[in-house]
Design a protein around this ligand. Structure first.
Ligand SMILES: O=C(O)CCC(=O)C(=O)O
Ligand SMILES: [Fe+2]
Length: 241
């Protein structure tokens, strides 16, 4: 539920930008909306996403965020969650300053693909049938992917710090599916610090597109709420060197 204090602002946003904003998110600051420079690919994405009843959030400076709270039906999400939890090659890896990352990861994709982030190489293991099935479902909405990074957050103390997936070898469309406990996906504009929170629950799909990685960062903050385990899959297109 949106906090009451935001409802005036929300009404104002709706009046200004119409119904592209759903009620599943809230905005901590007012939004300075400037029309993005929509190229062919983007306007195509938006039409396709709207046809699939994804919420389309047009962000400042040309970022696009597509959102659907229950993209994967509950029973299917249960199956995916159990399968990925029990059969993925989970590892805890060091981050930039040598500390272990506060979550587990696994990486799958086309043979030989390597995605380097935070100074570490993440070599893809071969696709599994489940990961390919999910990939197809996301590609039917938007994007083409050859790599999937899985993150597993075992409690509210596991998290992912504010970052952008802006490495030169990664495509600008990233499909992100959440399974398990509901957490907050928070985005923040690099300059204005404008912030939005999206609840990401069992079966929620977010697609980040447009210039989002250039002008915005995102994070999964820690929470003191007692939350269960969550698995997130980010599908990406890695350009081979
Ligand atoms: O867990 C999430 O929803 C975010 C994952 C993420 O941002 C990433 O893997 O780059
Ligand atoms: Fe990310």
């Amino acid at each position: 539920m949106r906090p009451e204090s935001l409802s005036g602002q929300y009404t104002d946003l709706k009046r200004r930008y119409g119904n592209t904003y759903g009620q599943s998110w809230d905005s901590a600051k007012s939004i300075e909306y400037r029309p993005p420079q929509l190229g062919g690919i983007l306007s195509h994405s938006l039409r396709k996403a709207e046809g699939n009843s994804m919420q389309t959030i047009k962000l400042t400076d040309g970022g696009i965020l597509l959102y659907k709270e229950a993209f994967i039906p509950h029973d299917m999400a249960d199956r995916y969650f159990a399968e990925l939890r029990d059969h993925s090659a989970w590892e805890q890896k060091p981050g930039i300053f040598g500390y272990l990352q506060p979550r587990l990861i696994a990486a799958y994709g086309e043979p030989g693909l390597v995605y380097r982030y935070s100074g570490r190489d993440n070599v893809a293991l071969p696709w599994t049938p489940t990961l390919l099935e999910i990939k197809q479902k996301i590609e039917s909405i938007e994007g083409q992917y050859n790599y999937c990074l899985l993150n597993r957050y075992s409690s509210g103390q596991d998290s992912m710090g504010l970052h952008a997936d802006d490495e030169p070898e990664v495509g600008h469309i990233i499909g992100s599916l959440s399974l398990g406990a509901t957490r907050t996906f928070r985005i923040k504009h690099n300059e204005s610090k404008e912030t939005m929170n999206f609840p990401v629950g069992h079966g929620t799909l977010i697609i980040m597109a447009g210039t989002m990685q250039q002008f915005w960062k995102h994070e999964i903050p820690k929470t003191k709420r007692p939350v269960g385990e969550r698995i997130n899959l980010t599908y990406r297109q890695i350009i081979r060197e």
